[in-house]
Structures are given as structure tokens and as C-alpha cells.
Design a protein around this ligand. Structure first.
Ligand SMILES: Nc1nc2c(c(=O)[nH]1)N[C@H]1C(S)=C(S)[C@@H](COP(=O)(O)OP(=O)(O)OC[C@H]3O[C@@H](n4cnc5c(=O)[nH]c(N)nc54)[C@H](O)[C@@H]3O)O[C@H]1N2
Ligand SMILES: Nc1nc2c(c(=O)[nH]1)N[C@H]1C(S)=C(S)[C@@H](COP(=O)(O)OP(=O)(O)OC[C@H]3O[C@@H](n4cnc5c(=O)[nH]c(N)nc54)[C@H](O)[C@@H]3O)O[C@H]1N2
Ligand SMILES: [Mo]
Length: 664
């Protein structure tokens, strides 16, 4: 198959040697701690020893805490399985302002799950291996990769599982689908409402499950009344007949159906409702808790085992209110990692209180949030910005202190738990010693903890941490030696679907959620039609490539050779009218001054209202010569985007932007 722009993924077999040279030996990554000497972003640095860098940060944090209180410290990271130590450190600092990247990723999905089930999106897992029909909507599973999801779905497809893909363009995943629906960008909520309408009208739902666990079926029924497949056809461009046939197929496969609720669903102002209706459809089909469906995420406790000891639990919860308003001003949102864009707003407005220090750990908000020029102005109000990172990034270049991390092969991490049908613990080990003067995450946190006098986190070896985590679990460090994992059960565990309890006030699935209603946000929101772009403009749609990881691998010699630029997908008929041919050089511009240059990928397989580009290009910092002048930066085209977010789901709406293109 021809890939966008004529690139062929995987044209070469890689050896560990190649990875070694492109990642470990790469001299264009930060090699030692750096302290800023010139203006922010000017690139004048002083080389520092680790001791010097740790005490510099510690002294600044102490001064800021003395003057403004510990609450004036903000932290953001990448979340994920290894975040426990970070959370512990932030609690030890005494600030409530722990954030992660999720406001531009899966927050809408998380809140959709919470609003229905009372538990978050990770309360269920996708049991792909046993599924009979998998539906991917805004989810490109074979290119935006999670390895175990990929493998699970491939196994299922081999066993005859059906695949339906709903996307604005034909992806590699769509190429493997039984049904592919090319949808008008941003109209997924309309599609889903029609599916619910049809399931209820034809009585296709799992009566036993729904009667037992739904609180609000009647409200749902009357709400979807007007949203027939015929109505949805006008909005989405997908024929009513096709929707009806598709729903029939779903009913036949239920309850072993997985309609994936989305991963990066930080796209539209109604994306929360897209994920919410997806969960409702899964529940109507009885797939919640089912084998081959959205199986219950079992924990070590369900295996009769003790879980890992939590580092974060060593410290009390800070009493202050969060600066982003989550938990008090916005009571319906999950306080855990908060909403970082609202913390940025708090920096800007010094409301509810001033924020003065920002520690960015494995996070590049100047690329991961829209409108970097505006965000720089906001961040420039801070007295301290620290970036903990293994590669250069826009944020690191703008920081006051860069604490360089060792790439994954050169470091070990804290132990983590994987919940699921087979819960297990995992361990990441160091393969080679650091090539440059960089450190592992735990070493950086322990170093800062020592400089700040936080004894509980002043670890001297990773074994000390691992032993603390494992105490009382019956598992020893050596047990990981064979394959890096310790399984806590031999057989897959499924919940008894006759005795489910949801963590909601009613113990049932809340179609109408009181928390959202009290916040003045409807649980079931009437559909609002999405405007089509004006003549000559396109909706900017974005996503991943299987080659790169976000934007931080563009300077990797191996990967940039595989995919040197992000071509812009454009519909063939539209391109013909504009005189643009496949491979032509084009300019992409937004509502501000930024203009990006790249080549067109002309294809009939994208909706004419959209253009699509892979995220992460045209953002090289001065040291990164291999990534220089490559492609277009989607985030720089998102003018005003820091203020465009979904009040129901909390996430930034990355795809509420329009752009123009011009042949060069
Ligand atoms: N190789 C690789 N894998 C990754 C990552 C990576 O950087 N590289 N990143 C990881 C991360 S952080 C995440 S969040 C996930 C993201 O995983 P996904 O969310 O699955 O990936 P994306 O490519 O962002 O988007 C999925 C699809 O949504 C489509 N789309 C855009 N607009 C619309 C719309 O309006 N309606 C519909 N139905 N579809 C639309 C896009 O065309 C795209 O094919 O991937 C993870 N896996
Ligand atoms: N315009 C636009 N914005 C987006 C997206 C988009 O598609 N378009 N996608 C959104 C999504 S889904 C996500 S998840 C975010 C991703 O946004 P980020 O989480 O910021 O992206 P990353 O590139 O994974 O990580 C940021 C930095 O962390 C460093 N890093 C990587 N791994 C490690 C590590 O293990 N430890 C440490 N300490 N540092 C590490 C990298 O070198 C990089 O500089 O962006 C979001 N924002
Ligand atoms: Mo993400």
C-alpha cells in the first residue's frame, strides 16, 4: 500500500545497533544539567553539575515557598504507570497543583466514564482477544499504537471478529475494516445518537443488563426520539440504511462488542458527549464487564494479593484548593491531575492565587497545547521553569533549568501495576549505562528531595524503592528477572455480571448525572450542528503516525529518515479544483501569522471539509539540526486555542480550528 507522500514505513530492518546510534549516541540531546544565563528562550546556558543544579532548583523553590506559599508551585507530567513517585514528590512539596498532560488527551473520555459509572476510563479494559465486533471511532489503532491493544485486535480479527472504523479519512486501520464510515468531521455525536435511537427503537438492547443497571432509561429514550438515522444522514453524510444495518450487526455480536471510547478525544467542544454516548452504547449492548467487551479492570486484590505500596500515600493531601479550580469551582471534574490549561489561566490572572514555579516533567506544553506564542507570554510570568526531559523541546528551550533524563534504555523506573483481566506488576530495567551526564527519573527526584530535605524520598538506589513498593506483596525483585513481569493470576478473571456495583450515588449507570446537572451541564445535550468551513478553508484534523512519538522523535536520525515531514492530506476533488497535485509544495496558514510549508498528499479518502496532518513537526529547537524545517506545526495553527475547551469534559478542543492552503 502506498503511504502518504509515497513513504514506505518499515523499509529497513532495524538492529539494536541502529537504535543505539540514533538514540543513545545522539549528541543533539541535552547531555548535562543546564542553567539559563540569557533571556528566556535565547539559548544562553551555563553548564552545571548535578549538585549545583539540584541546589539551584531547591533554593529557588524554598524562596518561592517562603514568599508565596507552597501552593504557588505547579507541576505537570505525562501521567501513566510510573507517576506514583512524581505524585509523592509534589505532595511532599506541599502543593495541591499536580497536573498532567491529559487536558489535551483523554480527559473527556475519563469524565465520560466517571459521569456514567462513577469510575474512570481505566475501570474497564478492552478485551480485544475475545471480541466479536470492534468499533473504532476517532481511533486509529494500527498507527496510533498501544502494542497490546494492537496485538489483541489482530488476534481477534484472525478469529473472525468484525471491525468497523468511523474516521474522517481512510487510515491503515480502515484498510482492515469490514465497515468503513467516512464521517463529516465533528459530527460523531450525531452518528452515535442515531445508533442509540435505532438500538432502542428496535429493542436490540440487553434487557436483563439494562433493566438491572440503568438509572434513566426512560429519559434516554425520550431524549434520542428526534435523532433518527435519517436525521443523522443529513448531518454526518452516512446513509440511514448503512447505520441501520450496522446496528443490526452490533446486536448480533453483543455483548462481545468493544466500541472504543477514544483515546485522544480532546478534539471538539462536544467530544465529552461523543465518548459518553459510546459508553452508553456499550452498556446498552451489555458489553460492560463482559468477556470480549469492556471487561472489568481487575486489581491485585481481585487475585487475593496485596497491591504495590504507594509512595504518594506517604504524604498527606495538601489542604489548599487547586489553582485550576478543579474540585471546588468545577466540582464535576476529577481532581487527580486537574486541568492544566486552567492552571495556565491561573498563572495569567493570578487568580485564585499567584503561581510562581513550574516543574515540567516529561511534558512539552509549548508543543502539546495550542498557541505557543501566547503560552510563552503566560509562562514568562513565572519565577522558575524547570524542564526534566531526555530530548530538547520547545518547553526545555524556554526553561530556566534543564535536568536531562537518560533515554529509556539507560534507566530503570519504579515498579508499576497493570490492571486488567490478568493483573500483573511490571519492571523497567537499565540496559546500558548513561552515555552522557544524564540521570534516571527516580535519581532526579531523589536528588531534588535530598536538596530540599525531604527524607522519605531521598533514595540512594532503585532497589530501595522497589523493596518499599514490594513489601508485603509476597513478590521479590528477583521474580521479575525472567521477563520483567510478575503475573498475579494464571487464568483471566472476569467479573460476575449479575452482581456489578457502580461507584455512582445510585450504584447504577447514571444516564442523568447529578454532579453534572448541578454544575449546570446537561448529561444529555441536544445536538448542535457543526458549521462547515467557508469556501477555501478547511477544518484542521490531526493525529499520529506509527513512526514518530508525539513531536519528540523528529530529531531521531533513524525515524526522520523514515518520515521526514508531515504531508497534508487533502481531498482529491478539492485539490483538483485548486490545481494542487499529489506531492506539490503547499503553504498552510491559520488565523494568525504562522505559515507552514509542506507537500500535499492528494487522496479521495479524506472528507472534503478536512485536511489532516500528523502532529509534532516544524518545532525544532536550535540544537536539533535533523528536525529543522520539516513540515508544518499543527499547534501553531491553533490560534486562541488555549481558551477553547469543553466545559462538560474539561479537555481542550484541538479541532475547532480552520486553516487555508495555497499551492506554492
Ligand atoms: N506510533 C505512535 N503511537 C502512539 C502515539 C504516537 O505519538 N505515536 N501517541 C499515543 C497517544 S499519546 C495517544 S493519545 C494515542 C492517540 O490515538 P488515536 O486517538 O487513535 O490517534 P490519532 O491519530 O490522534 O487519531 C485517530 C483518528 O481520528 C481521526 N479523526 C480526526 N477527526 C475526526 C472526527 O471528527 N471524527 C472521527 N470519527 N475521526 C476523526 C483521525 O483521522 C485519526 O485517524 O496514540 C498513542 N500511540
Ligand atoms: N496540536 C496538537 N496538540 C496535541 C496533540 C496533537 O495531536 N496536536 N496531541 C495531544 C496528545 S494526545 C498528547 S498525549 C500530548 C503529548 O504531549 P507531551 O506529553 O508533552 O509529549 P511527549 O512528546 O510525549 O513528551 C514531552 C517531552 O517529554 C520528554 N520525554 C519523553 N519521554 C520521557 C520520559 O520517559 N521521561 C521524561 N522525563 N521525559 C520524557 C520528551 O523528550 C518531550 O520533550 O499532546 C497533545 N497535544
Ligand atoms: Mo495522548
Amino acid at each position: 500500500m502506498k503511504k502518504p507522500g509515497g513513504q514506505v514505513y518499515g523499509k529497513k530492518i532495524f538492529y539494536l545497533r541502529d537504535v543505539y546510534f540514533s538514540l543513545i549516541e545522539d549528541a543533539e540531546r541535552p547531555q548535562y544539567p543546564l542553567i539559563r544565563e540569557g533571556k528566556r528562550g535565547e539559548g544562553k546556558w551555563r553548564k552545571a553539575s548535578w549538585d549545583e543544579a539540584f541546589s539551584y532548583v531547591a533554593e529557588k523553590l524554598k524562596d518561592i515557598t517562603a514568599q508565596y506559599g507552597a501552593r504557588s508551585i505547579l507541576w505537570s507530567d505525562r501521567g501513566g504507570p510510573f507517576a506514583d513517585l512524581n505524585k509523592a514528590f509534589v505532595k511532599a512539596l506541599g502543593t495541591p497543583n499536580y497536573c498532567n498532560h491529559d487536558a489535551t488527551c483523554a480527559r473527556n473520555v475519563q469524565h465520560a466514564a466517571l459521569s456514567l459509572f462513577g469510575f474512570g476510563r481505566k475501570g474497564v479494559v478492552y478485551d480485544f482477544k475475545n471480541a466479536k465486533h470492534v468499533i473504532l471511532q476517532t481511533r486509529n489503532i494500527f498507527e496510533a499504537i498501544n502494542v497490546s491493544e494492537c496485538v489483541g485486535l489482530m488476534d481477534a480479527l484472525e478469529k473472525g471478529c468484525k471491525l468497523t472504523v468511523i474516521d474522517v479519512r481512510a487510515t491503515i486501520t480502515a484498510g482492515k475494516a469490514d465497515n468503513f464510515f467516512l464521517i463529516r468531521p465533528g459530527t460523531d455525536y450525531a452518528f452515535n445518537l442515531a445508533v442509540i435511537h435505532e438500538i432502542l427503537a428496535k429493542e436490540y438492547y440487553d434487557k436483563k443488563f439494562v433493566n438491572k443497571y440503568f438509572n434513566g432509561l426512560q429519559e434516554l429514550r425520550s431524549f434520542v426520539e428526534p435523532y433518527s438515522p435519517e436525521w443523522a444522514e443529513q448531518e454526518t453524510g452516512i446513509s440511514a440504511q448503512a447505520i441501520k444495518e450496522f446496528v443490526q450487526e452490533l446486536a448480533a455480536a453483543s455483548p462481545s462488542v468493544i466500541w472504543h471510547p477514544g483515546w485522544n478525544n480532546a478534539r471538539y467542544k462536544d467530544s465529552f458527549y461523543v465518548s459518553r454516548t459510546i459508553y452508553i452504547i456499550n452498556a446498552l449492548l451489555g458489553s460492560i464487564g463482559a468477556k470480549g467487551g469492556l471487561a472489568w479492570a481487575m486489581t491485585p486484590k481481585d487475585c487475593g494479593r496485596k497491591g504495590l505500596n504507594s509512595l504518594a500515600a506517604l504524604f498527606p493531601k495538601p489542604e489548599e484548593k487547586r489553582a485550576d479550580g478543579v474540585g471546588w469551582k468545577y466540582k464535576h471534574f476529577d481532581a487527580g491531575p486537574g486541568l492544566l490549561h486552567l492552571a495556565f489561566k491561573a498563572i495569567e490572572e493570578e487568580d485564585p492565587y499567584p503561581l510562581k514555579a513550574y516543574l515540567c516533567f516529561r511534558h512539552d506544553p509549548l508543543m502539546a497545547f495550542p498557541d505557543p506564542e501566547r503560552l510563552k507570554q503566560i509562562l514568562d510570568k513565572l519565577e522558575l521553569i524547570v524542564s526534566i526531559t531526555f530530548s530538547w523541546s520547545e518547553t526545555a528551550w524556554f526553561a530556566d533549568v534543564v535536568l536531562p533524563l537518560s533515554p529509556y534504555l539507560e534507566r530503570e523506573s519504579i515498579l508499576a501495576t497493570k490492571k486488567g483481566v490478568k493483573p500483573h506488576f511490571i519492571r523497567r530495567q537499565r540496559v546500558v549505562e548513561p552515555r552522557y551526564n544524564t540521570k534516571a527519573e527516580w535519581e532526579i527526584i531523589a536528588g531534588l528531595a535530598k536538596a530540599l530535605g525531604i527524607e522519605q524520598l531521598s533514595f540512594n538506589s532503585i532497589e530501595e524503592i522497589w523493596n518499599f513498593q514490594l513489601e508485603g506483596t509476597g513478590v521479590k525483585i528477583e521474580d521479575f528477572n525472567q521477563n520483567g513481569m510478575v503475573m498475579l493470576t494464571d487464568k483471566p478473571l472476569y467479573i460476575d455480571r449479575d452482581n456489578l456495583t457502580f461507584k455512582t450515588p445510585s450504584g447504577k449507570i447514571e444516564i442523568i448525572n447529578p454532579k453534572w446537572e448541578e454544575a449546570g451541564i446537561p448529561s444529555l445535550k441536544p445536538y448542535e450542528s457543526k458549521p462547515s468551513p467557508e469556501e477555501g478553508w478547511f477544518r484542521l484534523t490531526i493525529g499520529r503516525s506509527p513512526v514518530h512519538t508525539q513531536g519528540h522523535t523528529i530529531n531521531n536520525a533513524l525515524l526522520v529518515e523514515q518520515m521526514p515531514e508531515n504531508v497534508v492530506w487533502i481531498n482529491k476533488e478539492v485539490a483538483d479544483k485548486m490545481g494542487i497535485q499529489d506531492g506539490d509544495l503547499i503553504e498552510v496558514s491559520g488565523a494568525n501569522g504562522y505559515k507552514g510549508k509542506t507537500r500535499a498528499f492528494v487522496t479521495p479518502f479524506i472528507h472534503p471539509e478536512a485536511i489532516f496532518m500528523v502532529h509534532g513537526f516544524d518545532s525544532a529547537t536550535p540544537p536539533e539540526t535533523k528536525a529543522r524545517n520539516r513540515g508544518v506545526a499543527d499547534h501553531k495553527l491553533m490560534t486562541g486555542g488555549l481558551d477553547i475547551w469543553d466545559p462538560a469534559g474539561g479537555a481542550i478542543a484541538l479541532q475547532e480550528h480552520f486553516v487555508q492552503i495555497k499551492k506554492l
